[in-house]
Ligand binder design. Structure first.
Ligand code: NVA
Length: 311
């Protein structure tokens, strides 16, 4: 079956649970699963900056017995030098899977349509589903559960991370609150979709512009940079508008007693997250970064199994 991982809701609730269980197993035993033995090649294309994604996919693909093939998005000029469809047809003949960080979601959709191999979203303007698998794995490790957990996303509620929390969190049965000012609220269709998902899993999706109300009693406080890649020209306006949404110790004090603080990184201390929170005892940011590798190995292996490429 031609499955891809282009957005968080490409996995049903039971499939997401299956991938997360596999991620936990791969974390316990990192070198025993060789789903890319051959070595099979996975093409990794970056049209935007990267550290964690490149490092964790490279290490993870190697651990699975495969070869991580770097494709420089700037050299390839995908959609400029040649169409996304033609790049997909070419890479699909060289690689067993394609991992792509790019801008528009429609570019990823076109890649998946024409590649003939599984495609994984390594971040678009709209979603960052691999990060969410790692984040859900991290919540599960620290809080022991996902269903029923309340997570509050603070800051740029219109960014890829907020959207992914809405979809992946509600898929997991979580209560997802997004708190940002006017102009920084999630896209309506994403909220609608999250609400639909929540109705099937017992979770919920809420937009709450008041950061204190949003943080009250939450089990997880999460934020992301106020200036996502590609938004650099809006930096000054964003820093002003989003300042009340900084993840501070004061907001953490409003959350539940065992609440954890999350950030996908890169982080800007004392902008979207107070240094004392980022470097404090409730912070789980380094676990999130590590879990990228385990979670991405899991989704790659799961997809290859769906396609009948690996047992
Ligand atoms: N929202 C951020 C996430 C970085 C991992 C961005 O798109 O730049």
């Amino acid at each position: 079956m031609s499955r891809h991982f282009l957005r968080d809701d490409d996995l049903s609730p039971s499939e997401q649970a299956e991938v997360l269980a596999l991620a936990a197993e791969l974390k316990r035993s990192p070198y025993d699963t060789k789903s890319l033995a051959g070595p099979r090649t996975v093409a990794m294309i970056f049209d935007k900056q990267t550290l964690r994604t490149q490092a964790s996919f490279s290490a993870g693909i190697a651990e699975l017995g495969g070869f991580p093939m770097q494709v420089d998005g700037r050299l390839a000029g995908i959609g400029v030098r040649e169409s996304v469809a033609d790049v997909a047809r070419v890479l699909g003949r060289q690689a067993t899977a394609i991992v792509w960080r790019t801008t528009g979601q429609e570019r990823l959709d076109a890649m998946a349509e024409h590649s003939g191999v599984p495609v994984v979203n390594a971040l678009t303007d709209d979603f960052h589903p691999c990060q969410l698998l790692a984040d859900l794995q991290t919540v599960q490790e620290h809080l022991g559960r996902l269903a029923g957990v309340t997570v509050t996303f603070l800051g740029d509620g219109a960014c890829n991370m907020a959207h992914s929390w809405l979809l992946a969190g509600t898929t997991a049965g979580m209560h997802v609150r997004v708190s940002g000012p006017e102009g920084f609220q999630p896209r309506a269709d994403v909220v609608v979709r999250a609400t639909e998902l929540a109705a099937t899993t017992g979770g919920s999706a809420v937009v709450e512009p008041d950061p204190e109300k949003a943080a009250l009693g939450a089990d997880v406080l999460v934020t992301d940079t106020w200036v996502s890649m590609g938004r650099e020209e809006e930096s000054v306006d964003r820093l002003t508008a989003l300042a009340p949404y900084r993840l501070t110790q004061a907001l953490l004090d409003l959350a539940s007693a065992e609440a954890i603080a999350m950030h996908c990184l890169p982080a800007y201390r004392d902008k979207e997250i107070a240094a004392e929170v980022m470097d404090g005892p409730r912070s789980v940011v380094w676990d999130e970064a590590e879990n990228r590798r385990h979670a991405q190995k899991a989704i790659l292996t799961w997809l290859l199994r769906q396609w009948g490429i690996t047992p």
